[in-house]
Design a binder for this molecule. Structure first.
Ligand SMILES: Cc1cc2nc3c(=O)[nH]c(=O)nc-3n(C[C@H](O)[C@H](O)[C@H](O)COP(=O)(O)OP(=O)(O)OC[C@H]3O[C@@H](n4cnc5c(N)ncnc54)[C@H](O)[C@@H]3O)c2cc1C
Length: 280
């Protein structure tokens, strides 16, 4: 069944620097309090205005009636020149009291529409939001020891996962960032070991995961970040460490030299099939 997703406007309330290359933008909106669920790793899509627009054009509320539950068709039905630019993000935090939702944006240098919008964002600016929805929730494999690995784009999700772990749980985080100034602090009741991997020192995330000390069994992996790296990490965990495929949740968050508007490559499609098979 195709899932209906809520589409809403959100307004910038505050912009703050988390690190030199990570911006935290807090949004308010009419609908987020009803939309957001109490779970970690909530992903959604943000819609940004086209050049010349102040506010992005979103599918009309009645589009759901016209298009059944297929929000994406309603999105595609907007003439291309006016269609908002859409990218995937993670809800870093949500405060039911104030209704504020924070999203952390990586300022990755190779600017696309999301990064450009975030750099220029000021209180009062408006973006669109599609979701989040539990239909797209990434299941966290159950295990006594969790290995979380990813680059900056995965840190918001990793932060929410760590915050959601109970006392007694154990987690190892391998996090790739540009340099030491990009390191962040995470709160968790669990016993957490964090290994920072610095690109400016030529360190590699795969090497860090290879050398991570993990207990022999009862381990699960959660991987996100640049798609090629995520594939290599998964291969290592499944083929070299012997983790069951079902114990490794993985997702390519971005592709080198490709935008999120570019068509999937053959390799992307092969991995999407494997993800679907693993989930089935
Ligand atoms: C489920 C999910 C959750 C995500 N959560 C977050 C989040 O909370 N915060 C966040 O910042 N990102 C997150 N991402 C990643 C984000 O959607 C992508 O990085 C996206 O490409 C950014 O859009 P853009 O317009 O800046 O760049 P695009 O127009 O998509 O790409 C432009 C260029 O930038 C390069 N590029 C894109 N992203 C990166 C990057 N991270 N590092 C280096 N180069 C890059 C591309 O290769 C391309 O050459 C998430 C992705 C997914 C799928």
């Amino acid at each position: 069944m195709v899932q209906a997703l809520a589409v809403s406007y959100v307004r910038v309330v505050e912009v703050e620097r988390v690190t030199p290359r990570m911006l935290r933008i807090s949004f308010s909106g009419d609908s987020p309090p009803a939309l957001l669920e109490n779970r970690p790793d909530q992903q959604m899509k943000l819609c940004f205005p086209r050049p010349g627009q102040r506010v992005p054009r979103l599918p009309e509320p009645e589009a759901e009636d016209t298009y059944g539950m297929r929000w994406y068709e309603a999105y595609l039905a907007i003439p291309e020149a006016e269609r908002p630019l859409m990218r995937s993000f993670t809800v870093r935090s949500y405060e039911p009291g104030s209704g504020l939702m924070a999203v952390d944006f990586v300022l990755h240098g190779d600017d696309g529409p999301a990064t450009r919008w975030a750099r220029a964002a000021r209180p009062g600016d408006v973006a669109g939001m599609v979701g989040p929805s539990s239909a797209y929730a990434r299941p966290l494999p159950a295990a006594g020891h969790l290995l979380l690995a990813g680059d900056e784009s995965a840190l918001p999700a990793i932060g929410t996962i760590l915050e959601g772990l109970p006392a007694g749980a154990r987690a190892t985080v391998c996090a790739e960032v540009a340099d030491a100034a990009e390191e962040q602090r995470f709160d968790s009741a669990a016993e957490v070991t964090v290994r920072w991997v610095h690109r400016n020192r030529g360190e590699s995330l795969l090497d860090a995961v290879r050398s991570a000390a993990l207990p022999g069994d009862d381990v699960a992996g959660w991987l996100a970040g640049e798609a090629g790296t995520v594939r290599a990490l998964r291969r290592h965990l499944v083929e070299e460490r012997g983790l069951p495929r079902s114990a490794v949740e993985f997702s390519g968050y971005w592709r080198r030299a490709l935008t999120q508007d570019d068509a999937p490559t053959e390799e992307d499609l092969a991995w999407a099939r494997e993800r679907a098979e693993g989930a089935g």
